[in-house]
Design a protein around this ligand. Structure first.
Ligand code: URA
Length: 812
């Protein structure tokens, strides 16, 4: 089927393949999904000349997705048609068209992103949208539980296209891969190095921003000698001219002194006033602060981060790599140019390939920064971006400080767990069930093999607990199924699983060798500031946010305190945990300004307890289910009634979450809604803003974009603002740690709403007082209710004793 529509279109609609209706009519997009697309384009005001085409021009049998071979067979002809039609924009309809144009397949991530591209010899814009058949199919579903409507997203994207067409798109100028090496200079001998250092000196005084990138032998610096080892090369670029130099290779033409000259030249450049820009600045800063230790200008210069720009422009994961950002903003993938596939194995890459790769990264980081900056400014997101940049050095410093590991405790736990694991194994082996398995199969039972457990429980014992309902296929030996069996052998397997998880997830990574502990005896966790959609931090290597706090909280005793100060003198430290109390209701009060909620918080009313008591009185049956334990009921009421209600849950869901409430509680919930009417007004306003703009804005300016369920659009902005309060306080304290030369102000951990510090024991009162004061400082005008901080102190992470609760309206 040839393209139909206008021969000189502004818009070239590229779909997947004709369906049955298209096939019989000989025209694209005339079936059910085609009609939806045409109607949505008309309603959105996409009023330009259109040409219609598909990646595959014949109908694949049975309307299946075309194969790659079918797609490639048609490619030449489709490219030729686009070259002839010379459209301004190609509308990539669905994942197949997106992949055809860019190689990307995740249409839900790339939809709505206007990007420059090259098709054959034609340069134009590409605008991906969801496929209408996906919109028709998916209705209102997303991730199983949450409901997200895709159709409004689809329609909004088309309105976005109409607005851009009306405003005028300008010419698309994708970068050209054949020019990737242009302007790259290699400082691979002494003379070259002099040229590079002269250029750096000039840029330091004349440029507002310079991009840089370093290549290293590993991902984290802590296993390398700080001075040079591990650092392979560095590239700097203003986007036009790029210099790259090896860091410490013994090359012909390098003089003995050159490595030192480079090191000092780079430090002088870092100290200069121009802004230094990297992609994933945290990575570069972690290495630089390690290599230059305290000599760096870390807080006296400006930093930029193209990954942070990308994250602030679109918080969804999966689009923030340098490669993805370049595809989006510059219309060119850069990783395919470099010939390096695994950044953690850079020392194995041939030297010339490494330097070229490094140079290209720096060059396109410079170009990307300029492009994304325009967008940040146009969207009014500069302050949010700056907030994101502020936290980078703070988190790097927390990582670098690291957690002291008590190896005696680790070894004790390891041995204890080994013993318990052995005893569990014996219990399982000695069981009748295991003996039966061995008799029937002739092999001993391995309790970690799900296949063998399935044979035992399903085929030999005929246990029904693992049967899954029709829509979930097969038989399961998951925890729920085993605990439903109620037999000692299944319980022993459950216990074994728990013990093995404790050992592999928490204890093994803390072992002195073979785990994640660095040569300095510390755990340097990695805080990710751009991995969640809400703006909350996550952590890995190890994931310290995952270390249990209540049940199995003993595990935290492996993390202890330093015994020396930075001058290697004996100086006992304690751990101080400062936890923002009730931060979510406080932020909801700040966002909604609901009078009752604000007053309750100011008057120190425990809202959760208040509602637990009201429910207990109205519904004695539920109260009895909680063993008349009001504290226990309060715990559940907090998340399942109060916070769930504030985040938009309906009564039915609240009742189900609390195990089914008596009918009278429906009236109580109505009362709850009317008492906090301002919160429901805020909910409505957020919904209106979301449907109008396609995103909601949190108190700290962070955006959360479509598609969102009701719960997400209310909850995520609150979580984001709560996290920003915590991390901003951590940053203020980190700045003070440097400025006032008080290392104890630098937190070592940020676990949700809790900041943890190593504080010298003899100064604990003074320093804790300062920390609390800073955390409670009302720095934003939207902080209309007090914050509170609960402080606990102890000799290790498990044995923290509460010492007090402080409120900002008492301190300020
Ligand atoms: N109709 C087409 O022509 N192409 C599609 O991808 C879907 C419907």
């Amino acid at each position: 089927m040839k393209p139909t529509g206008d021969a000189n279109p502004v818009l070239y609609v590229l779909g997947e393949a004709p369906g049955e209706d298209e096939d019989s009519e000989g025209r694209q997009f005339v079936g059910r999904s085609g009609k939806l697309l045409r109607e949505a384009m008309r309603r959105a005001g996409v009023d330009v000349a259109v040409c219609w085409d598909n990646c595959v021009r014949c109908r694949p049998s049975g309307n299946r997705t075309p194969t790659q071979e079918e797609i490639e067979r048609c490619r030449k002809r489709v490219v030729a048609s686009i070259e002839r039609a010379r459209p301004q924009v190609i509308l990539a309809v669905g994942a197949v068209a997106l992949a055809w144009l860019t190689g990307e397949t995740a249409i839900t991530k790339w939809r709505g992103k206007l990007m420059p591209a090259r098709v054959g010899g034609h340069r134009c814009w590409v605008y991906p949208i969801l496929h209408p058949s996906f919109v028709l199919r998916s209705g209102r579903s997303f991730g199983g539980q949450e409901t997200v409507e895709w159709e409004p997203v689809f329609r909004r994207d088309l309105r976005g296209l109409a607005a851009r067409l009306a405003a005028g798109l300008g010419r698309a100028r994708p970068e050209s891969p054949t020019r990737a090496d242009r302007g790259v200079c290699y400082a691979t001998d002494s003379r070259g190095l002099s040229g590079m250092l002269a250029q750096l000196g000039e840029w330091a005084n004349t440029k507002a921003t310079v991009a840089f990138d370093i290549e290293t032998a590993g991902l984290r610096p802590y296993f390398f000698v700080p001075s040079t080892a591990g650092w392979l090369s560095i590239a700097v670029s203003d986007g036009e001219v790029t210099w790259v130099a090896p860091a410490h290779h013994r090359l012909a033409g390098w003089l003995a002194d050159d490595a030192r000259r480079l090191r000092e030249g780079v430090l002088a450049f870092l100290k200069s006033p121009c802004m230094k820009v990297a992609h994933n600045l945290a990575f570069e800063l972690e290495w630089l602060t390690w290599m230059y230790a305290e000599h760096g200008p870390w807080r006296r210069t400006g930093w930029g981060d193209t990954m942070a720009q990308s994250y602030i422009l679109d918080e969804h994961p999966g689009v923030h790599s340098l490669d993805s950002c370049c595809l989006y903003a510059l219309g060119m993938r850069i990783k395919s140019l470099g010939g390096v596939s695994d950044r953690s194995k850079m020392s194995e890459v041939p030297f010339d390939v490494l330097l070229r790769y490094n140079a290209i990264d720096a060059k396109y980081t410079a170009k990307l920064y300029a492009k994304q900056r325009e967008e940040i400014l146009a969207e009014g997101l500069l302050d949010t971006y700056k907030m994101q940049i502020r936290r980078t050095l703070t988190l790097v410093k927390a990582q670098q400080k690291g957690l002291v590991v008590n190896f005696d405790t680790v070894e004790k736990f390891s041995k204890q767990l080994d013993r318990k694991i052995m005893s569990c194994m014996f219990k399982i082996q000695d069981s009748e069930e295991a003996a039966l398995y061995e008799r029937k199969t002739g092999k001993p039972l391995s309790p970690s093999s799900n296949l063998q457990l399935t044979v035992l429980f399903r085929d030999i014992l005929g246990r029904p607990e693992g049967n899954r309902s029709k829509n979930k296929s097969g038989y399961s030996v998951d925890d729920a199924a085993l605990s439903a069996m109620g037999i000692p052998m299944a319980d022993a397997i459950l216990e074994l699983r728990t013990l093995q998880k404790q050992k592999s997830t928490y204890v093994d990574p803390c072992m002195p060798v073979g785990g994640l502990v660095s040569a300095d005896g510390r755990l340097h966790t990695n805080f990710n500031a751009m991995a969640t959609v809400t703006g909350r931090l996550s952590s890995d290597s190890p994931n310290v946010q995952n270390f249990p706090k209540r049940e199995h909280g003993w595990i935290r005793a492996m993390v202890s305190t330093p015994k020396l100060d930075r001058n290697w003198k004996i100086h006992e430290h304690v751990m101080v945990s400062a936890d923002y109390g009730q931060i979510e209701p406080r932020v909801i009060a700040m966002a909604s300004r609901d009078r009752k909620l604000c007053d309750s918080i100011r008057d120190r009313v425990d809202i959760h307890l208040d509602w637990a008591e009201r429910i207990a009185e109205a519904d004695p049956k539920t109260y009895r289910r909680y063993g008349k334990n009001i504290k226990k009921l309060r715990q559940d009421v907090k998340s399942n009634w109060v916070l769930a209600g504030f985040y938009g849950a309906e009564y039915e869901s609240v009742s189900a979450r609390l195990g089914g409430l008596q009918r009278c509680c429906r009236d109580l919930f109505e009362q709850f809604k009317s008492e906090f009417a301002g919160v429901w007004r805020w909910q409505d306003e957020q919904q209106v803003a979301y449907h109008r703009d396609g995103y909601v804005v949190g108190l700290s300016g962070r955006r959360r974009r479509a598609p969102l369920s009701t719960n997400q659009l209310l909850n995520n902005t609150i979580q984001g603002a709560a996290s920003d309060i915590v991390v901003e306080a951590m940053s203020r304290l980190s700045v003070r740690a440097d400025r006032e030369d008080q290392p104890a102000f630098q937190a070592v951990l940020d676990i949700h709403d809790d900041l943890t510090f190593y504080v010298p024991k003899d100064e604990v009162d003074r320093i804790t007082g300062e920390i609390v004061r800073e955390m409670l400082r009302p720095v934003y005008d939207w902080m209309v209710v007090p914050l509170s901080v609960e402080v606990a102190v102890g000799p290790n992470w498990a044995d923290l004793k509460p010492i007090g609760v402080y409120f900002s309206d008492e301190v300020y």
